[in-house]
Design a protein around this ligand. Structure first.
Ligand code: ARG
Length: 460
């Protein structure tokens, strides 16, 4: 039977099948660096407190630093038979420096060790995700600025509603991404708390200094309750929610880009670098980057449901189920950052078919609200104006005309409040330019959003 960390109590070893079944090495190998850093801090604290000797403390740190180098160059002799990366590192260290290594686990449990590592990983994952999102924000700001007055149909219910500009449209996407970033930032303080020293669950009889290890590892403070320390996975659930919502936002953008690039819409064309072809139909150019980003949202939401479901039935404190917390987190992080990167590049290189968008915008009576507003200014109550313009639209549909094509006489048959100046408000540019209310689509005021967006990006 194999030698494992807990051999003492057992008459016989577990079967190979049991060891393989209970192993988390394939996943937590990604925590190797953090595990060493956590152990170095723990060893420093143990020797500073006189719990282990100065010499042992030095030996351990030296041994761990060698292990760190081997992790970095990929030469650490990791054994599959050992349950996880934590056992592996401790095993290798002890094999090299004997008793000194065997003292490292004093006043510590894997329960607090593992979750300390995870929190260190997550800090980096959050910062990296934020950095990718800021890059994406810059793309959205740029596309918006470059197309500040390019008219495109604005939709509600996927029906033509009112004309807007590409600048305004992409700044709406920017606003969602901004909130995603804020959510990641706000979550950081709840991640940046150190459980190390919680030990198995109840704290420890040794005179440890948790403030010291916490500050060595750059945490804000040690967690206040050791039982919560070893069992809290809220921060993972929060990360996975934030990642899922961000994925949902990307998916929504991508869904739009997919149909905007269809033959029927033809508002945009993807750069060749971000499109793929068909193995059978030679003419095809497909928006696969956008579709896969949309498709991978399913897995993102799945990861969130995964952790919540794992957590829901667990009593305090550590339960082995918690070993399963890492796959979702690692895969969500990798998936989301690659989606952000690709979406950003794809959107930065989009070409907009301005004529096509403008001609689409001229269909569907998108200036009908403007005509109603015109009547209101002339004194008609809005409800009545709505009814009158509805009649005019009905007439246009029957006559196959646009509102702006009607003669003054035709228009006046709907209301004698209509005068020659009606033709000043009907063109699409006017519809757009006159929407100058705060947050509106007029190119004259979009710079307010752009400036606000730029200063948010610069603050980071
Ligand atoms: N491999 C385990 C994990 O990642 C280590 C925790 C071990 N603790 C325990 N009581 N078995 O969660």
């Amino acid at each position: 039977s194999k030698k494992v960390l807990w051999s003492g109590r057992f008459k016989e070893g577990a079967t190979d099948a049991t060891l393989a079944f209970t192993s988390s090495l394939h996943t937590d190998v990604k925590l190797a660096r953090y595990d060493v850093l956590g152990s170095i801090a723990h060893a420093k604290m143990l020797s500073a407190q006189g719990i282990i000797s100065q010499e042992d403390g030095k030996e351990i740190q030296k041994g761990l630093k060698e292990i760190l180098l081997q992790i970095e160059d990929g030469t650490l002799p990791i054994q599959d038979s050992l349950e996880d990366i934590h056992s592996n590192i401790e095993f290798i260290l002890t094999d090299r420096i004997k008793d000194a290594g065997a003292r490292l686990h004093t006043a510590r449990s894997r329960n607090d060790q593992v979750v300390t590592d995870v929190r260190m990983f997550m800090r980096d994952a959050i910062l990296d995700t934020i950095e990718e999102l800021i890059g994406f924000e810059k793309t959205l700001l740029e596309v918006s600025k470059d197309n500040i007055d390019v008219i495109v149909p604005g939709f509600t219910h996927v029906q033509h509603a009112q004309p807007v500009t590409i600048g305004h449209h992409f700044m709406a996407h920017f606003s969602r991404i901004r909130r995603d970033i804020e959510r990641f930032i706000e979550s950081y303080s709840r991640v940046n708390v150190c459980p190390l020293g919680s030990a198995a669950l109840a704290g420890t009889t040794y005179d440890i200094d948790r403030e010291y290890t916490s500050s060595l590892l750059g945490f804000q403070n040690p967690c206040y309750n050791s039982m919560d320390g070893v069992s809290d996975r809220d921060f993972i659930a929060e990360f996975l929610f934030n990642s899922s919502l961000c994925a949902v936002h990307l998916s929504s953008i991508c869904e739009e880009l997919v149909y905007w690039s269809s033959q029927e819409f033809a508002f945009i064309e993807m750069d060749d670098a971000y499109a793929t072809g068909s193995s059978i139909m030679p003419q095809k150019k497909n928006s696969d980057v956008a579709e896969l980003t949309r498709g991978r949202t399913g897995a993102a939401i799945g990861d969130l449901v995964n952790i919540l479901t794992t957590m829901k039935g667990l009593p305090l404190t550590y339960n082995r189920d918690l070993q399963e917390d890492k796959d979702a987190m690692f895969s969500s992080y990798t998936r989301l950052t690659s989606c952000i990167k690709m979406c950003s590049a794809m959107i930065a290189t989009l070409s907009f078919n301005k004529e096509r968008m403008l001609s689409a915008a001229s269909e569907g009576f998108m200036n009908a609200t403007d005509l109603a507003d015109y009547l209101v200014v002339k004194g008609m109550p809005f409800r009545k104006a709505h009814e009158v313009v509805g009649g005019a639209v009905r007439y246009c549909i029957d006559e196959n005309k646009k509102l702006e094509d009607l003669t003054l006489k035709e228009l006046q048959s709907f209301s004698d409040l209509i005068k020659e100046d009606v033709f000043d408000i009907l063109p699409l540019e006017k519809c757009v330019n006159r929407r100058k209310s705060f947050g509106g689509t007029s190119p004259e005021i979009i710079p307010v959003q752009l400036d606000n967006g730029h200063s948010a990006v610069d603050r980071q």
